[in-house]
Design a protein around this ligand. Structure first.
Ligand code: 13P
Length: 263
């Protein structure tokens, strides 16, 4: 499956019910039908609604993503959900390492890397979230944190780890706060991530294919400034994807950015 930029991903987190999902998707599908939009759009609902969402978006331009997976594929693991099950209900993308999973479920870099490998081995596309928290930023540790989060993936999955994968740079201090970094800052960090992987893997040509998107307080007012930056390949949206009007505006504005016409 080819990833087409600008990548627009909506993470519904722990929000929504059948009625709201139906309303948002019904309008969104109608909106997309009328537009010549050819980029990758992914919706990531709570797992209980994956099957329902899949039924609604089947045969449309929207792809389905999962918010998390267990490290096991099957067995006596009460309460967990496996990647095989996600695939069974139409999932192509899997979010991994979101800061909310790292914070509230103590997911560490090693566990995330193992899940990343599983997702790649079973031919789905991982969306790896990385990012520093406020304290780390204030202590100038951002690059160190990011390189640790990336290193373990490269160690476990090898130098092709990020081929056909998405990295989402989500500064924790920006998630749900309305505090958005300056677009120059986002560009610098994305450039750093690219160069870091390039140096680690010594695969210059391959790295040009890497997809790095930004997440944290993205909305219809800031999307264009963020996407204008050279190394920003898309966005991961939280609050801004829960309402049809906001999310459709984000998609519309993203598709009008000229630089992506050359991808
Ligand atoms: P917000 O867009 O609500 O800041 O959330 C970002 C996020 O965590 C997406 O995964």
């Amino acid at each position: 499956m080819k990833i087409k930029k600008p990548i627009i991903i909506g993470n519904w987190k722990l929000n929504g019910n059948k009625a709201t999902i139906y309303n948002v998707l019904h309008s969104l599908i109608h909106f997309l039908k009328e537009k010549i939009i050819d980029n990758t759009i992914v919706i990531i609902p709570p797992s209980i609604y994956l099957d329902y969402t899949h039924q609604l978006i089947h045969n449309t331009k929207i792809f389905l993503g999962g918010q998390n997976i267990d490290i096991n594929l099957q067995g006596a693991f009460t309460g967990d959900i496996s990647l095989v099950m996600l695939k069974d209900v139409g999932v192509h993308y899997v979010l991994l390492g979101h800061s909310e999973r790292r914070t509230y479920h103590q997911e560490n870099n090693l566990l995330i890397a193992k899940k990343f490998k599983l997702v790649k081995d079973l031919c789905c596309i991982p969306i790896l979230c990385i990012g520093e928290n406020k304290e780390e930023k204030d202590h100038d540790q951002t690059k160190c944190i990011l390189s640790k989060q990336l290193n373990i993936i490269l160690d476990i999955c090898g130098e092709n780890a990020f081929d056909n994968a998405i990295i989402a740079y989500e500064p924790v201090w920006s998630i749900g706060t309305g505090n958005i970094p300056n677009p120059n800052y986002i560009q610098k960090i994305h450039e750093y991530i690219k160069q870091y992987i390039q140096i680690k893997t010594q695969k210059k040509d391959k790295i040009l294919n890497i997809s790095i998107i930004y997440g944290g307080s993205v909305n219809q007012h800031n999307i264009q400034n963020i996407l204008q930056e050279k190394d920003v390949d898309g966005v991961l949206v939280g609050g801004g994807c829960l309402k049809y009007h906001t999310f459709s505006q984000i998609i519309q504005l993203a598709s009008s950015i000229k630089k992506y016409n050359f991808n």
